[in-house]
Design a protein around this ligand. Structure first.
Ligand code: TXA
Ligand code: MG
Length: 317
């Protein structure tokens, strides 16, 4: 166990295991948020039924309260207790749960979910995660857990416990460390319906989802339907340049494939590896003593769509 002193909270990091899950469940039951890995990124989880606990997530992240959270549940039956899952949603759940897919569906009026979770919307974003740590926490608390990415609002998402500590040290009581996350990008968000809509590209590419539902995905409409998709989301502290061929003076170069750099997303040009490494590379670039970041061109193909989505947001300021 590694302890780091600070002002409001002493943020303790526990390695994944029975003791970590017992302590995490104790804190969540007491209304506190806990950082825990999922297969996508580390989340900051709290009891979604407890308004004060959800408010504590917003406070720790410094997140604008109009931005709704994803609720994590242990299985489809638990999702159905909270939300209306129609045939289209059920087909997606059957294909991709547990896994990195979030569905935005109508919330049941008697769901019991704190209204702060949905920021007053009548829909709810819900997913069944695959990661053993998040699943153990769901099983131990027997609660739906609201969990945004475990970073200060607007900062790069965490794919390692050390990223969480760097962003939220002193703002939360506990981090469960179970190593780097496998997917590395936040879940794909779909709103089933006519037409079904892609609200956020993610680890499951749009064409894989289209093959399951047998229909083309429409883009997210403008406005606030996925309010967390603010243009400046995922921003590193330094200016970032995308589609770079070579580093300019003072830049930290993140390469890909044949294009080398100070670091690489994937030496072999593997997009899955690049997705898993993206946020870690951005955290390292931010921590370097260079004044800017340059990133090689990433093919807009498969999960490359989601990588480019995150890079464009990181470059926007
Ligand atoms: O992979 C993930 O999804 C991670 C892990 C921790 O599960 N979570 C995550 O949460 O990325 P967050 O809060 O960083 O992003 C949630 C996104 C935001 O863009 C938010 O606006 C959108 O989901 N969202 C939540 N509820 C919504 C709703 N009812 N309608 C539309 N968008 C919604
Ligand atoms: Mg986030």
């Amino acid at each position: 166990m590694v302890s780091t002193p600070n002002t409001a909270f002493e943020t303790k990091t526990f390695p994944y295991g029975d003791a970590a899950i017992a302590e995490g469940a104790r804190l969540i039951t007491a209304g506190q948020p806990v950082a825990v890995p999922t297969e996508t990124v580390y989340g900051l989880a709290a009891d979604a039924v407890n308004a004060a606990a959800v408010a504590a997530i917003y406070a720790a992240k410094g997140r604008p309260s109009f931005n709704p959270l994803i609720v994590h549940v242990i299985d489809l039956a638990a999702a159905e207790a909270i939300a209306v899952i129609d045939d289209a949603a059920r087909a997606l759940a059957a294909a991709f749960w547990p896994g990195p897919l979030t569905l935005v569906v109508p919330m049941r009026p008697d769901s019991g979910i704190a209204s702060l979770v949905t920021a007053g919307l009548d829909t709810i974003a819900i997913r069944v995660p695959a990661h053993r740590a998040m699943r153990a926490l769901l099983a131990a608390t027997r609660k739906p857990l609201a969990a945004p990415s475990a970073n200060a609002s607007g900062a790069i998402s965490p794919t390692r416990a050390a990223h969480v500590l760097a962003s939220l040290n002193g703002r939360i009581a506990m981090i469960i460390d179970d190593g780097p996350t496998s997917a590395g990008l936040e879940s794909t968000i779909i709103m089933p319906g006519d037409p079904p809509r892609l609200l956020r590209p993610g680890p499951i590419p749009a064409e894989v989802i289209e093959a399951v539902i047998g229909a083309a995905l429409a883009a997210a409409p403008g406005g606030i339907i996925a309010p967390g998709q603010l243009a400046s989301h995922y921003a590193p502290a330094k200016p970032l340049r995308i589609n770079a061929n070579i580093a300019r003076a003072g830049e930290w170069m993140i390469g890909f494939g044949d294009l080398p750099g100070d670091d690489t997303l994937s030496e072999t040009g593997d997009l899955i590896e690049a997705a898993a490494r993206l946020f870690d590379c951005l955290h390292r670039a931010d921590a370097s003593d260079c004044v800017g970041i340059a990133v090689a061109r990433i093919p807009i193909d498969g999960i490359g769509v989601a990588i480019n989505d995150r890079l464009i947001r990181a470059a926007h300021r």
